[in-house]
Design a protein around this ligand. Structure first.
Ligand code: BT5
Length: 245
């Protein structure tokens, strides 16, 4: 079933993620979308706060992949879809592994993936996407976040961005279902991390290397002299810095 075949669009929710989990547990099919004009308890990874005022696009999709092989590539599919949608409007847009869409060094969108298992069997996955469109950016984020309307100096037509995003989500999810590795190539076209110095700060330690790529598990591969380092996206909270080199 295509993504967006069933759409619930709410004025306000605590988080579209929670509503998507509720509906997934009630048996709603893959592709059910939950959208809210604002969220009062929007969240990011590791329960970080995701500020979700009126004017942004805040949505979650229920996914029911047949198995859990390659599921760590799912956030990339949606990051690629957001990138494809926004790059019509802004040229300096890129994807920072694992889940950020940036314009230069400011975050315009974030992706969140939450899987639920019954024992060792995957039940379903909810992927959330948050894009700053007409929403005001909180003062606390001014140096780190940006909205599309600020970049373009005009009001954004949210339904038209949503239509284009949905088309891209279906296109790239379809590509992933046929050949998962193609999503990695789509990511390479849209990132600034390959052959650049990348620093991953985790547990107060810095892991540094040249960005080599992403494997089929969605891990980042860095090379430091002769040593290869593999960073798992789900290990622990970390911060990723990319330097020009
Ligand atoms: C993410 O987490 O980037 C994933 C964000 C996913 C949000 C969507 S909206 C629809 C769905 N429903 C939800 O409740 N969530 C999903 P992370 O990488 O952990 O980034 C979180 C960090 O981004 C915060 O700690 C802030 O520093 C910053 N941040 C918070 N709100 C932001 C915003 N609106 N724009 C840019 N950065 C923001």
């Amino acid at each position: 079933m295509p993504l967006g075949k069933i759409i619930f669009w709410f004025e306000e929710l605590p988080s579209t993620m929670d509503m998507a989990h509720d509906l997934a547990m009630k048996g709603y099919p893959e592709g059910t979308l939950i959208i809210a004009n604002r969220q009062t308890m929007g969240r990011g990874r590791y329960n970080r706060v995701w500020i979700s005022r009126d004017g942004g696009l805040w949505l979650s999709s229920i996914l029911r992949p047949r198995d859990n092989v390659f599921i760590n590539l799912l956030p990339l599919i949606f990051a690629v879809s957001v990138h494809e949608t926004l790059s019509i409007y802004v040229s300096d847009c890129w994807i920072k592994w694992p889940n950020d869409v940036l314009v230069d060094d400011k975050k315009i969108a974030g992706i969140l993936s939450e899987s639920r298992f019954t024992g060792s069997k995957l039940s379903y996955i909810v992927v959330g996407i948050g894009i700053n469109l007409n929403n005001a950016i909180d003062d606390s984020l001014e140096d780190r976040a940006i909205s599309l309307s600020t970049l373009l100096g005009r009001k954004i037509n949210i339904p038209s961005i949503f239509r284009s995003l949905l088309e891209n989500m279906n296109r790239f999810y379809g590509i992933y279902q046929l050949t998962p590795s193609l999503i990695i190539h789509e990511f390479y076209k849209r990132t600034r991390m390959i052959k650049k110095t990348v620093k991953v700060i985790m547990d107060g330690k810095i892991i540094q290397g040249i960005g080599l790529g992403i494997n089929l598990n969605g891990d980042l591969i860095l090379k430091n002299q002769d040593q290869i380092r593999i960073i798992h996206s789900y290990d622990a909270p970390f911060k990723v810095l990319v330097e020009d080199s």
